[in-house]
Design a protein around this ligand. Structure first.
Ligand SMILES: Cc1cc2nc3c(=O)[nH]c(=O)nc-3n(C[C@H](O)[C@H](O)[C@H](O)COP(=O)(O)OP(=O)(O)OC[C@H]3O[C@@H](n4cnc5c(N)ncnc54)[C@H](O)[C@@H]3O)c2cc1C
Length: 274
């Protein structure tokens, strides 16, 4: 199938992109890498009257860093993380995650901002940014606002972006030298979306510990208490993980529970091998 006809805009600045998006109202859509939107256009699941292309905007491809954080422009591609072309705030975690997204052809064009705005619960950046306690900056015609990653995802494919707003940048707190992370996803085939994602990030120097269950047909589930107990004892031996996962996913099928328990267990083992 082919998309419905649409106008194509290629603004020269972020402020022009915002005004073009506001002018088109609900009938306009941002396109970044087109890796999720392209198929939706072809299947006519999305029928925008105008597409505003943001790929070429320098403002969205910048990296700014300070002592505590690194801020990534929303149009930075997966491959830029994978190939180490941008600074990694996370002791290699973002690089590892990026390299596991889809196939190289998708990573060549897909962007971190596009993935977050699309909000697929099984998307790697969706889960990773929550695990890292990221903050998102969005820009609309009335100005900028910041949103914690945990408040950004309202449901599967639903975010707190208002009509006319563009996700501009993603701020990641730096992991300290003492930090450790584990990231494990279960996929049917390499390059496919995950059936289950388990993440553990522990950063004692910042008093931060977070576990995340992802790809559960809902926004990522944060298990801070569980992560804190594991970080405190340095092991998950005394914790019944299956029970903890079942409590977090009461409606999941036995297969999904098993997948999520195993994904989380393996992420924990990456942090605390025993
Ligand atoms: C075969 C295949 C396999 C894949 N496997 C995986 C996988 O294993 N893991 C994974 O995480 N992802 C996977 N993906 C998705 C991929 O990561 C996409 O790159 C990503 O979901 C969308 O990024 P994009 O830049 O292409 O966004 P686009 O497709 O251009 O846009 C997606 C949506 O976000 C909106 N949007 C884009 N940028 C912005 C912005 N800055 N502000 C506001 N709205 C915006 C668009 O309007 C659209 O609604 C896969 C995709 C394909 C085609």
């Amino acid at each position: 199938m082919k998309p419905v006809p649409f106008e194509y805009e290629k603004p020269g600045s972020l402020s022009l992109a915002v005004s073009q998006l506001s002018a088109t109202g609900v009938n306009g859509k941002i396109i970044a890498g087109g890796q999720s939107l392209g198929p939706m256009l072809n299947l006519r699941l999305a029928r925008p009257e105008a597409l505003i292309d943001i790929r070429q905007l320098d403002e969205l491809s910048r990296v700014q860093s300070d002592e505590k954080t690194v801020t990534y422009g929303a149009a930075i591609r997966h491959v830029d993380f994978e190939d180490g072309l941008v600074e990694d705030a996370t002791q290699g975690m973002m690089r590892h995650v990026a390299g596991g997204i889809a196939h190289r052809a998708v990573r060549n064009r897909g962007t971190i901002g596009g993935s977050l705005a699309h909000a697929d619960p099984a998307a790697d950046w969706v889960n990773t940014t929550i695990a890292l306690n990221a903050t998102f900056t969005v820009l609309g015609s009335t100005g900028r606002r910041t949103i914690a990653a945990a408040d950004f995802f309202l449901g599967a494919f639903t975010t707190s972006l208002n009509d006319g707003e563009i996700l501009e940048k993603i701020t990641i707190p730096r992991l300290s030298d003492q930090a450790a992370w584990g990231y494990y996803k279960i996929c049917r085939k390499k390059g496919e979306f995950a059936e289950a994602i388990g993440i553990l990030v522990v950063d004692p120097a910042r008093g931060f510990a977070r576990a995340v269950l992802g790809a559960a047909d809902a926004p990522p589930i944060v298990l801070d208490q569980l992560a804190a107990s594991i970080a405190e004892s340095g092991t998950a031996k005394d914790i019944n993980l299956e029970e903890a996962v079942q409590a977090a996913l009461p409606d999941a099928s036995p297969v999904s529970l098993r997948h999520h328990s195993v994904a989380l267990q393996r992420a924990i083992q990456q942090v605390y091998p025993s």
